[in-house]
Design a protein around this ligand. Structure first.
Ligand SMILES: *[C@@H]1O[C@H](CO)[C@@H](O)[C@H](O)[C@H]1NC(C)=O
Ligand SMILES: *[C@@H]1O[C@H](CO)[C@@H](O)[C@H](O)[C@H]1NC(C)=O
Length: 356
């Protein structure tokens, strides 16, 4: 599991990186388990993927979809980063900046080409793998890696050299469930969750980190994105001063099953300033592309609510019959739009202007 210091590090990097997202990935489980968490991410060009090395001795090495457990020519390689069991502070990191939308395939090259191969145990990772239904999904990639591992184990087992018994490092899987980090609001108060949606398994922890301004993490429903779900969770409001990057509040949701979880920020609810209405929504396990309940469909509903709230926002027109004119003349049109605590009033000039 990601240490507190690592989480703070990720947040401060996010703050300094401006619009680019920082995506944290742990390399290995807390007790040396051979997995990356999360196993795959969706990222945009310019995003920073920060790998945090957990105990044991892993690497972050680029490979290819067709050959998951071999380094790709010209690809990146973090090298090995041995970390003693129990270390949770000051763990090494490795950063990769996403260049484009193409998939990036990664493996741990520990014990490469042996029965103990971490890659062969399925320790692979991907950025922007193919969506379900395509040939290059993360699952297909990992299946290839496991097949390589099975072949290595089988050939190791056939060995007749007694001295070369396979020192398969069997780190028993622990209860360590992955923690998925999500920032609530941008570093300068932007109305976004980052990432906007995640795929999670039952037992996973989704840890929300509150960025500046005054947001919430409130469960809603697909059909009504900007309304609290009856019986759903709600973090309450967590105001954070602009510029604060340390010790920000967090809120945790533990995933119970594989059903979608729909979330919105209820700041300025039912007003033209509604954060939800600006598209500040989030989902765990939304429908895959092609289904009716995708994240995009959910966010489109939220934005439609926002558009309706804006158009109905207080528009007051004052008319007077000035200068003895028979027809009332528009003197001022005032539209007040309230966004959180701030209010702007726009006063339009009289039209037609009367100069006489
Ligand atoms: C880490 O793994 C590499 C590759 O197997 C090995 O050369 C190195 O000695 C290991 N380091 C430690 C401290 O175990
Ligand atoms: C945060 O937002 C809530 C809801 O709009 C409001 O009641 C509260 O006063 C705000 N807190 C701060 C410190 O702005």
């Amino acid at each position: 599991m990601l240490s507190f210091s690592a989480a703070v590090l990720g947040l401060s990097l996010l703050a300094s990186a401006g619009a680019q997202a920082t995506i944290d990935v742990t390399v290995g489980g807390p007790n040396g388990e051979t997995f990356y968490s999360p196993p795959s991410v969706v990222a945009s060009p310019g995003d920073h993927v920060i790998f945090h090395f957990n105990p044991k001795n892993h690497s972050v090495t680029q490979s290819s979809f067709n050959d998951p457990c071999s380094p790709s020519y010209g690809g990146f390689d973090s090298g090995f980063h041995p970390v003693p069991i129990g270390t949770t502070y000051g763990n090494p990191t490795f950063e990769f900046i996403v260049k484009d939308n193409s998939p990036v395939w990664v493996y741990c090259r520990q014990a490469e080409n042996t029965a103990g191969s971490h890659c062969g145990k399925g320790m692979v990772f991907a950025i922007n793998p193919g969506f379900p239904g395509s040939s290059n999904t993360f699952a297909a990639f990992q299946t290839k890696a496991l097949a390589i591992g099975a072949a290595l184990s089988a050939s190791a087992g056939l060995s007749t050299t007694a001295a070369a018994t396979t020192a398969t490092s069997t780190y028993t899987a622990s209860s360590g469930s992955p923690t998925i980090h999500v920032t609530v609001g941008g570093p300068n108060g932007e109305t976004v969750y980052n990432p906007t949606n995640v795929v999670a398994s039952p037992g996973d922890h989704v840890l929300f980190h509150f960025n500046p301004k005054n947001h919430s993490v409130t469960q809603s429903s697909f059909n009504d994105p900007c309304t609290n779900l009856y019986g759903g969770f709600d973090s309450g409001f967590h105001p954070v001063p602009i510029g604060q990057t340390y010790g920000n509040p967090t809120f945790e949701v533990i995933v119970k099953d594989n059903n979608p979880i729909w979330v919105h920020c209820r700041q300025a609810e039912n007003t033209a300033g509604s954060h939800c209405g600006k598209g500040m929504v989030f989902a765990v396990n939304p429908g895959f592309p092609g289904s009716s309940n995708t994240f995009a469909a959910f966010q489109a509903k939220a934005l439609a609510i926002g558009a309706a709230l804006s158009s109905s926002a207080g528009l007051s027109v004052t008319t007077t019959a000035a200068y003895g004119s028979a027809t009332p003349q528009v003197v001022t049109i005032t539209k007040t739009v309230t966004v959180e605590a701030d209010a702007w009033t726009t006063t339009y000039a009289p039209y037609p202007s009367k100069t006489a």
